[in-house]
Design a protein around this ligand. Sequence first.
Ligand code: PGA
Length: 255
Amino acid sequence: MRSILIAGNWKMNMGPAETADFFKQLDDAAQKEIEGVEAAVCPPFVSLPAAFSARKSGSAVKIGAQNIHFEDNGAFTGEISSTMLNELGCDFVILGHSERREYFGENDEIINKKVKKALADGITPIVCVGEVLDERKQDRHFDVVKTQTAGSLAGLSATDASKIVIAYEPVWAIGTGETASPEQAQEMHAFIRKEVAGLFGQDIADGVRILYGGSMKPANADELLKQPDVDGGLIGGASLKPDSFAELVAISAKQ
Ligand code: PGA
């Protein structure tokens, strides 16, 4: 059985003070251990220490980051390594988000190196894939996602592949208020699972969690999470407020 993962992608929002407030205001129910549900937030790097210190002791909410460099350390001005995140105690890192692909020139080869580095440091990568609107209109969305999946996961051992999380985020649904329909999400999630099975075998594919991302919120989470191959959400806007984040966790608990 795959547990549901609700992961907040805070992007470039929430400085240390706001991060501390978020944890102070977050309902206790959303922080307790819920069987079959995992919750996490991924603040900006500078807010990670605040997240760790403001999180109540015993809270089940995990903490992750939004990017890494693929080297350990060295002359890479402005970069952060997974070794450093490990030192803080991060559980997750979001890799290959469409905003990194679009604005920071990341491609599958770079993302693949980052995935391998995160795994080597014991941090679970949330690997993002997804097509832009034109690609969907041209009926190329399956090809695009297939290439991104194979490229980002190239050369992983089956053991490593069993540890990753994939997030399907149709770019046309990110921050737009437009959500993929539950059927569109299910269709692509099943496709991704089939691709993972082709690469690493059915057992691995059956265990890998595939999150949906793109304007997921309390109003549409239930029908998305009911889809058999949707194992959670990577949530931007709706994860910034403690109330809506807690609501998403509560909806997941009912699945
Ligand atoms: P959104 O962002 O929920 O605000 O659409 C999701 C994401 O980009 O991860």
